[in-house]
Design a protein around this ligand. Structure first.
Ligand SMILES: Cc1cc2nc3c(=O)[nH]c(=O)nc-3n(C[C@H](O)[C@H](O)[C@H](O)COP(=O)(O)OP(=O)(O)OC[C@H]3O[C@@H](n4cnc5c(N)ncnc54)[C@H](O)[C@@H]3O)c2cc1C
Length: 472
């Protein structure tokens, strides 16, 4: 079995490391942040210093796909999440029968988990620390790659990493899991490799969120999906751990008036004006300000441009491979799908055959996660353009029929139990939209029930009212 270095100990890096350790590989995680996980979920929220993860102060929804993978492959992680208070919920089982058509066999697959990132990451880290064959070295910053004899003439072969302390750590395989800010292209250039082919763009969104704690232990009643569109902004309400939850407004970072929502009073006024969201902030805030995150990149890296690897002995997984705007909460699910694909590839092709391993993982990546990345990117691009059009008082009418179909599907999902389940299958990374729409009769019902989505009366404030509240 192989010695593997995983660069980065985030939620997916740790998940991948555990999957590989359970296949008897010897794994070392190198994590730049030095502070070990604190002793309790409360301390994790209060004091865990994790500057390596920008989104550490926001709630994370672990969609059905993530929950399904860890229950099947890492059940002790699922148990640790629940032990530490992550909330389990099921958007079908929790909705009224007149919307869902009542319980059906298989509805269990829609269960999800959610918690504040610091709390859920601590739970994952607690199982990681107890996993045989897996070491976590915190406070180790990887700064470059070390090479060995080439497996493909002219293509550098990575045989380890160099740390900021100048140490060289060697292994049979290096996996980059250093997240959306991974410096991999620079490291590759420094060893004389080609840079990966990169598609990169500012996702164009700004997130403005606050967390709240329940006064009586109950979570707010959901009056719609977690992600709701209110014209030129969206709201994202996520139940979290231990009677907490988050409410986030999402705007276009280029929408200047909406930048005023960094101010707590303006933010509060706007949330109070959203009829299906206002009651979510009638509670105790657990931080005294609005947490904002912007400059979030959509990025995709092809480590085999033109079919030849930029290097062998090196793979990239999860956010270090590709990431998108996170409002749909798919990062950990797509990341763990990628981790599973990597684990399964390694079962077929060991690191002792580096050229074949690179190729096989490229094929597995294209088959398993690439379609999810593309679907998520398309959704984001459309939503951003739609928000811009609404702010300008125009109508967004792209040529891509996928936009109108996804809008119609959203509108029809409240009116038909089959469409609703299909919609949640796509939302929660269980089944791609094309496969759902190919179900017998589904497309017809989407068009019949949701085709009039443009005529549905808008709820919530007008654009002018929104601007007035965000700038007052
Ligand atoms: C605002 C926001 C909200 C999100 N919400 C959700 C959500 O609700 N649900 C969801 O599924 N996903 C969400 N995501 C995405 C999710 O956070 C990521 O998909 C997930 O964290 C990816 O895990 P990872 O292990 O690949 O990377 P990360 O979790 O980012 O971890 C990378 C790790 O690498 C370490 N590192 C970086 N450089 C080095 C180095 N040179 N040497 C050593 N270590 C290094 C970092 O310190 C960090 O610990 C969100 C993302 C953002 C930006």
């Amino acid at each position: 079995m192989a010695e593997v270095l995983v660069v980065g100990g985030g939620v997916v890096g740790m998940g991948l490391a555990m999957l590989l350790a359970r296949d008897d590989h010897q794994i070392t995680i190198l994590e730049r942040d030095s502070q070990p996980p604190p002793g309790s979920p409360d301390e994790a929220w209060e004091s865990w210093d994790r500057t390596g993860v920008n989104q550490f102060r926001l709630a994370h929804l672990f969609l059905s796909r993530y929950r399904e993978i860890i229950e099947a492959e890492l059940p002790d992680v699922a148990a640790a999440l629940v032990r530490d208070g992550a909330v389990r919920f099921n958007p079908i089982a929790d909705a009224p029968d007149f919307v869902t058509g009542g319980h059906r066999d298989g509805d269990e697959r829609y269960e999800m988990l959610s918690g504040r990132r610091a709390v859920v990451e601590r739970a994952v880290a607690s199982v990681t620390a107890a996993t045989a064959g897996l070491k976590v070295r915190r406070g180790v910053v990887v700064e470059g790659l070390v090479t060995g004899p080439e497996a493909i003439p002219g293509v550098p072969h990575v045989s380890g990493v160099r740390t900021s302390e100048g140490d060289e750590i060697r292994a049979d395989l290096v996996i980059d899991c250093s997240g959306r800010r991974s410096a991999l292209p620079t490291w590759l250039e420094a060893i004389g490799a080609r840079r990966p082919e990169e598609e990169v763009d500012d996702s164009g969104f700004i997130y403005l969120g606050r967390h709240f704690r329940s006064r009586d232990g109950n979570l707010p009643v959901s009056l719609g999906p977690g992600l709701q569109e209110y014209g030129s902004i969206s709201s994202l309400n996520l139940p979290a751990d231990n009677g907490t939850w988050s409410v986030t407004l999402i705007a276009r970072s280029g929408d200047r008036p909406m930048l005023g929502l960094r101010d707590t009073d303006r933010w509060t006024k706007v949330v109070q004006s959203l009829p299906t969201v206002a009651h979510w902030i009638d509670a105790e805030p657990i931080e005294d300000r609005v947490v904002s995150i912007t400059k979030i990149e959509d990025r995709h890296r092809d480590l085999r441009p033109g079919g030849t690897p930029v290097a062998t002995g090196l793979l990239a997984a999860a956010d270090a491979w590709a990431c998108t705007n996170p409002s749909v909460g798919r990062g950990a699910s797509i990341g763990m799908l990628h981790a599973l694909a990597l684990r399964d590839t390694l079962r077929e092709v060991g690191p002792d055959r580096p050229a074949e391993l690179s190729e096989a993982f490229g094929v597995a990546t294209a088959a398993t996660v690439e379609p999810w990345f593309r679907a998520t990117l398309a959704f984001d691009r459309h939503r951003l353009a739609e928000m811009a059009a609404i702010a300008d008082g125009t109508t967004y009418e792209p040529e891509d029929p996928g936009f109108a179909i996804s809008k119609a599907m959203g509108a029809a999902s409240g009116k038909d139990p089959d469409v609703l389940r299909g919609f949640i299958d796509t939302v929660s990374v269980l089944e791609l939209p094309d496969a759902v729409l190919a179900r017998p009769g589904l497309m017809e019902r989407v068009i019949e029930l949701g085709g009039g989505w443009r005529d549905e009366p808008p709820i919530g404030p007008s654009r002018d009212e929104l601007v007035a509240m965000a700038t007052a």
